[in-house]
Design a protein around this ligand. Structure first.
Ligand code: COA
Length: 225
């Protein structure tokens, strides 16, 4: 058996080190996700953002695990999602499957940001999760849904700001989400909020009906997989 050259020994050493670093990075990410999901109350992380007001609206927000969310509020969120999204789902290969949506929205990993006006009327929500995605700790925004009459008043953008603060405070790398490509108002909205195509998004050649968008937290330069 021949002796390995110094170059090849160095190369395998580098590879081993890179693998170790990657393992550490993933282990750190997983511990951040576990820690975020163990938090009893997320409100202290974004307290000053939980009231939103302008000349048109005054909104109070609260954050709940789905397991602690009032069932009536969850049913309203499911109903609002159906009212806002059913047609869009029906016009792509996903189709609208209410049972699957209810299951997703009721999953124990789900967190809810709930927005009510000063008459306590439910006006908007976001379903989000702290999760590992492509080896990174991310705050994944599953839904952001606003009642029709409350749109274009800055509320959607404010909800995203709350999610971004939570992602930052819990050491997530970014806020990531899936957007349907045939939902132009959502595309304009996320662009206005500073979201761009994520590295994990399907390529243009795949002509997928969805894309993955993200906005990095200050914990990282960019959100890369
Ligand atoms: C998309 C959605 C969340 C936006 O919420 P919103 O509260 O109306 O958005 P904001 O008022 O914060 O808008 C911020 C900026 O986004 C852009 N924007 C928002 N809605 C837009 C629309 N329909 N068309 C073009 N640009 C839009 C604008 O630049 C806007 O700023 P401006 O009003 O000063 O021009 C809301 O329209 C909605 O719930 N839609 C149905 C559900 C949905 O598509 N959700 C997203 C996918 S999960």
């Amino acid at each position: 058996m021949g002796k390995k050259s110094t170059t090849s020994v160095n190369k395998s050493k580098e590879k081993r080190q890179a693998r170790k670093l990657e393992q550490h990075r993933i282990a750190d990410g997983m511990s951040f996700v576990t820690a975020a999901n163990k938090l009893k109350d997320l409100a202290p992380l974004c307290k000053e953002l939980l009231v939103y007001s302008n000349l048109e609206i005054v909104i109070d927000m609260s954050i709940h695990r789905v397991t602690e969310l009032d069932k009536e509020v969850l049913y309203w969120a499911i109903d609002l999602t159906e009212r806002n999204m059913k047609k869009l789902y029906e016009t792509c290969v996903w189709g609208w499957n209410k049972e699957r949506k209810v299951e997703e929205m009721s999953d124990d990993a789900a967190w809810y940001l709930i927005a009510r006006d000063n008459n306590k009327k439910l006006q908007a929500f976001s379903h989000f999760r702290f999760d590992m995605d492509f080896g990174e700790p991310v705050l994944y925004c599953y839904e952001v849904q606003i009642e029709e009459g409350e749109r274009r008043r800055g509320l959607g953008q404010h909800l995203m700001r709350v999610l971004e603060r939570l992602a930052q405070a819990t050491h997530m790398r970014c806020v990531r989400l899936t957007a349907l490509t045939h939902n132009p108002s959502a595309a304009a909205f996320f662009k206005a909020c500073g979201y761009s195509i994520d590295e994990t998004s399907p390529s243009k050649e795949d002509s997928a009906h969805y894309e993955i968008l993200s906005k990095a937290t200050d914990n990282t330069e960019e959100c890369v997989a």
